[in-house]
Design a protein around this ligand. Sequence first.
Ligand code: GLA
Length: 424
Amino acid sequence: MSAGVFLLALVVLIGPATEALDNGLALKPTMGWLHWERFMCNIDCDKDPDNCISERLYMQMADVMVKEGWKEAGYEYVCIDDCWPSHQRDAQGRLQADPKRFPGGIKKLADYVHSKGLKLGIYADVGKNTCAGYPGSLGYYETDAQTFADWGVDLLKFDGCYMDRTLLGEGYINMSHALNKTRRSILYSCEWPLYEWPIRQPNYTAIRETCNHWRNFDDVFDSWSSVKSILDWTASHQDIIVPSAGPGGWNDPDMLVIGNFGLSHDQQESQMALWAIMAAPLLMSNDLRDICPRSKELLQNRRIIAISQDPLGKQGYRTLKVDSFEVWERPLSKNQLAIAILNKQEIGGPRGYVIGAVPGWKTCDPLCNVTQILPQYKEMGIQTPHSSLVISVNPSGTALLTVTPISKLHWQNMSVKHKHPTIL
Ligand code: GLA
């Protein structure tokens, strides 16, 4: 274990270094759906009525989320991204939805989403304009916060385009206060550090006090190179960003693109596994009306979701990089551990990894129980620190495991039946 990883392990054991935004929200990583990666700024409802940014899209997603088991699996927020507003504010200076694409308005849409037992997210920008050129909130933080509260919005994604970077912090903090002042519980998703990195290292203490999650790095695209670049950035900045994550505030590596066009199934498993290890918000950007059964099963996998939502609320991190394998580990409640083994070699076939080399394998002293969750669910039985289990991992795929420590005393007290679960 390197000195950096050791220090990180220590911080992760002790707890987040700073106080979270005290709005009682995001005690676990947010789960839901967000339109951007899949639907972008498609506003042509005449030519493409099924895929354009319109109230219909969110209503249909909400319907499917309830009917197809997404809500039951934990996905709760239906989120609008950029390109929803009209280019003009109303006579009172309030943002208004594009009247053609949102004839019912956002309040009606929020009521609809709430009637399904789900929550509605919306998007705005700390600067003069949104990234796609719609009106920004600069000069209107209180008005916009109050408008969103009046509409019954439950989450705000606040982007950072068209803003003087030296004033970013002030802007994000002022909007946080404005949201608080409305007294409505509105989850606050920021992009503050992403826009701050080019000028200086962000102050994660202030960010955690201000936001419920925060984007650090580039937008995710529907490609393996994009997912890899996010993982690389995260691992190379983990000493700085991991300590700031915990209940109430999370690092956001951007949307899950599982169920789209660009990732093989192994790569989709890698994204799901690593997003769970990173305690990342699980915001899918895909078309839930038309998704292949394997992607759906992966996104709804209860065992992976349990890792993501683990009550200890610690973010995992990369602990090893050897022979194009990467090992990531996340401490879980009840002294359990999640281990992800990613095979980054994009040539050849499945490769074996000897798990005894993983730093967290010490959890198996004197004994542990190992369950493989990906690529297939498999009980791997009781193991010792000296077990030479070999885990097979496909190119650009990930094996995800949980390790549960067993004390000697517990082992002695276990019935024979439980000691040999597989032969009964
Ligand atoms: C930025 C954000 C994206 C998305 C677009 C919308 O690029 O990082 O997530 O919100 O703006 O224009």
